[in-house]
Every structure is written in C-alpha cells, then in structure tokens.
Design a protein around this ligand. Structure first.
Ligand code: BJW
Ligand code: ZN
Length: 255
C-alpha cells in the first residue's frame, strides 16, 4: 500500500496524535456498524426506536434485549489488525490519545493485553465517549451492578431501589461523560495530527472533533470506505478497510 511521502514524514515528526474511532474499526472483528443499509444494526429499526431514553421508557424489554444480544455477540469477538495497529501507534507517538465512540471495549482489550504481556508498555488514554456496553447501571439511582440474574421474561431491576437496569451507554439526547468529552476536545484542539477512522461523522458532538482539529491547524487524516461530512476538511482521505490501512501506515511511518 502506497502513502504520500508528505504524510509519512509529517506523522514521523508529529508530537501529538489524536484518533477518533467509530463502528467501522470493529467491522472487521465481525461487529455490525450502525448505518450500513443492508447489514447495519439499524437496518430494521430507527435509531430512536432503540437508542434513546424515550425508547427505553416506551418499551424497556425491547431495548434491554437488543443490548443483551449485542453484549453477548461482543464477548465472542476479538480485536482486529486495526485495533492492534492503533495500539502500536500509541507506543510510537510521543503523545497519543484514543477517542472512541465504540461501546465494545475492544481498544481497552488490546491495551490490557499488552499491559500484561509487554515489557515496554507505554500508557495512553482511551476516552470512551459513548460508554461501554458491558457496564450496567440503574436507570433511577445510577448504581452499577455486575449481577442481574437470568430471568429473560422481564427487564432486571436494581437491588437497591427497584429501578430498571440499563446499559451504561450514551443514548440520543443524553449528555456524554463530561471528563471524557472535555479531554477529547482538548486533545483534538491541541494535536498535530488528527485521525478520523471508521465513523460516518454524523453524530454530535463526536463529529465536531475533526473540525476543531482542522480549525486549530492540525493535519486531518480520514480512514474510511467512503467520504463523510469531514472529508472536505481532510488533508488525506485513505479509502479502505481500517484493518488493512492502519497496519500498513504504522509500518510505513514507524516500521
Ligand atoms: C469502515 C469499515 C472498515 C465500515 N474500515 N471504515 C448538533 C446538531 C444536530 C444534532 C445534535 C447536535 N448536538 C447533539 C445532537 C443530537 C444528537 C445527534 O448527533 N444527532 C444527529 C444524528 C443528528 N446527539 C446526541 O444526542 C448526543 N448527546 C448530546 O449531544 O448531548 C447534549 C445535547 C442533548 C440534546 C440536544 C442537544 C445537545 C448523544 C449521542 C449518542 C450516540 N449514541 C450512539 C448509541 C450508543 C449506544 C449503542 O451502541 O447502542 O452511539 S448512536 C451510534 O452512532 C453510536 C455510535 O457510537 C454513533 C456513531 O456511529 P459510527 O461509529 O460513526 O458508526 P456508523 O455506522 O454511522 O459509521 C460507520 C462508518 O464506518 C461508515 O462511514 C463506514 O463507511 C465505515 N466503515 N467498515 C473503515 N472496515
Ligand atoms: Zn437503583
């Protein structure tokens, strides 16, 4: 795979790299993206039918079961070459922040695996903007829990207050975790190079991060199968699968 020499040189010298990932990065692990018309998670339902507080209030069982199904699917998948390449980038770049919209925990998986096995592990931040599907909390009092029994007839309830349990993810109309969002904005505004990878770039406020980086003079690189609303502001659009593009790019810059 060929990359522009200016891109390789710029990344080699970059002090601060910020990366935003979306569902496309996990697609090659076997997880469906959201907006693909044929296979996407929302091919049969409208986003607001499943990923909103109104949907949960209206039909908590439908929403709980959808997340329970996805939680199980995620348990059986593994990170792909794209996740590993981003970890490798984090080990090479002087300052690195990984911002993800994904709730599957696959970036964290790679980091913890490396923490346990590598002698030369260098820590870096992973900011989960939309939460994590494996965490469950009470929709009333906010208490987190690991245990909710195996009754499949009804939505499990909080042992403390009796409120309905829900996944600790961010639904439409809900605010993002404040510290993660603040750190993401700061890293986008302060980076030399910003990557937007495998995201359609339509969900705010994550979609604004690339524009903020561009406005502050960062080099913006997109890795996606298709153009997005950010594309007009990108310096390099690398069209392809992240699991193929990213290992080749890391090899070309730091190999
Ligand atoms: C590959 C590939 C491969 C495929 N390699 N690429 C300003 C303007 C307008 C609206 C708003 C606004 N501010 C806020 C809003 C409202 C709303 C919003 O953005 N709406 C728009 C959709 C219109 N945002 C919110 O409500 C947010 N909250 C908020 O802002 O609070 C303050 C506030 C509240 C109310 C009013 C105003 C302000 C919260 C957003 C929460 C999003 N939650 C979800 C669900 C999480 C839980 C779950 O997993 O179920 O997050 S929605 C869903 O979309 C999920 C994703 O993280 C997110 C982004 O999707 P992503 O990752 O981009 O996936 P896809 O499928 O869209 O794209 C995949 C891409 O990969 C494609 O481009 C493919 O080509 C590519 N690809 N294979 C590389 N192998
Ligand atoms: Zn409770």
């Amino acid at each position: 795979m060929d990359f522009a020499p200016e891109l390789i040189q710029y990344l080699w010298k970059a002090q601060r790299i910020a990366v935003l990932t979306g569902a496309g990065v996990s697609q090659e692990s076997g997880l469906r993206t959201f907006r693909d018309a044929q296979t996407g998670l929302w091919a049969q339902y409208k986003p607001t039918d499943l990923a909103s507080p109104e949907a949960f209030a209206c039909d908590p069982k439908l929403v709980w079961d959808w997340y329970a199904w996805r939680r199980e699917a995620i348990k059986s998948v593994r990170p792909n070459a794209g996740h590993y390449a981003l970890h490798e980038m984090a080990q090479r770049a002087p300052h690195f922040t990984l911002i993800t919209q994904n709730v599957d925990g696959l970036h964290e998986f790679v980091k913890h695996e490396s923490l346990k096995t590598s002698q030369t592990f260098r820590d870096y931040s992973i900011l989960e903007l939309h939460g994590n599907i494996q965490r469950v909390r009470c929709s009333e009092c906010g208490t987190f829990t690991d245990e909710w029994g195996d009754d499949t007839e009804s939505v499990p309830r909080c042992a403390g207050c009796g409120g309905l349990l829900r996944p600790d993810v961010v639904w439409f109309g809900e605010t993002l975790p404040r510290s993660a969002l603040e750190a993401a904005v700061e890293s986008a505004r302060g980076c030399d190079a910003f990557f937007s990878i495998g995201t359609s770039g339509v969900v705010q406020p994550a979609a604004s991060l690339g524009f903020a980086a561009h406005n502050r003079g960062a080099l913006v690189v997109e890795v996606n199968m298709e153009p997005t609303p950010l594309t007009p502001k990108t310096d390099f659009l690398i069209q392809g699968k992240s699991g193929e593009v990213l290992p080749a790019l890391v090899q070309a810059v730091w190999g």
